[in-house]
Design a protein around this ligand. Sequence first.
Ligand code: LLP
Length: 407
Amino acid sequence: MLSKYFKPALLKSIADKIGTPTYVYSEAVFLKQVRAYKKAFAGLDPLFCYAMKANSTGALCALAAKEGWGADVVSGGELHRALRAGFKPGKIIFSGVGKTPEELALALKAGILFINAESFEEVLELERVAAKLNLRAPVSLRINPDVDPHTHKYISTGLLGSKFGVSFDEALKIYIYAAESRHLKPVGAQFHIGSQVHSAAPYALAAGRLAAFMVKLASRGVNLKYADVGGGWGVKEGGEMADPSSLAKAVGGVFGGTGLKLVLEPGRSVAAPCGLLLASVIYRKTGGKKNFIIADAAMNDLVRPALYGAKHPAALIGRGRGPAKRWDIVGPVCESGDFLAEGVTLPEPAPGQLLAVYSAGAYGFSMSSQYNSRPRAAEALLTGPASWRLIRRRETYADLVAAEVKP
Ligand code: LLP
């Protein structure tokens, strides 16, 4: 269980010093996941580009950068954060369906490895931007392999009809155009079939289709260097990372020995297990047949239960008082969808008692907001069995209005 990495005494000392709600991350768990990837893919020597959208906090990104990883960014803001965290420009790739000309220019000026373009219009824009800067833009295309990853519909991206990528037919036309352009250099091809994918089978299918397409492309004179199989490897909430060796086998079976450089973009599987959301109980109450724990963390801090029906395990820190009961853990936000966990069996907590919501390191803080004018949570990093440091201070009321013109 993940709880063994987060000792109650340490969580208490964090709450005493900086309060709650606070995201607490374990450096050891983050590095464990990074190294598990390296080990599973050792024979393939891929480039790992950490998908920063999962958690773009500088201290965690810096850990990935120090391990030699690159970054997958999806906005100018993430590019800014990636460079600040120490990722080498030559290991940064840029994904997303709607990159603006300004963002493309920033990426080209920074000298990133390649841009994963998602439409012919984007490639034409990239060509214009590159021409203005008088350089050749390294471009890869995100191709939609039409493969069902069997995941939540909001995070399923590999079927035709989703807004992502281009079809193989469209890709062929774009590569042939790009190969003849003075300002474009086709270097790679990519797919990303979805997120929370628990089986390697859809990756094998998509990789097979991509490889066949790359052979066809080579016969038309376009030889690519990178085969990018995206991210999406699933992790059960509360569990440690699903072992990526079956994923390595699936994509290695297709691309191993081809001479292509394999690129992966893992996000959640690295960041989710390393973090928990630490909250305090404010009140308890009963409504109808339900028992509620009202905590000081809410959907603005962790939106995944409300948005995807995600079930994050929750536990009290320290002992409860009464016999175990079923509880809904909810926050102070004025919406019925504001819950962190539903129907969890726990002893009765005391007001002020700490509770932890696990597997919250990915898409937790990065999706948090100031909804209900709630300052965003603080973030702390456990750096050893008995040591931690603040990596992002709690926002203040002044932060809430910092960008606003005074009424
Ligand atoms: N690469 C691309 C192009 C992506 O769109 C994504 C995630 C990743 C890599 C990383 O996927 P991961 O390894 O983290 O599954 N907010 C949702 C997840 C959205 C994922 C979007 N794309 C959630 O909380 O479940």
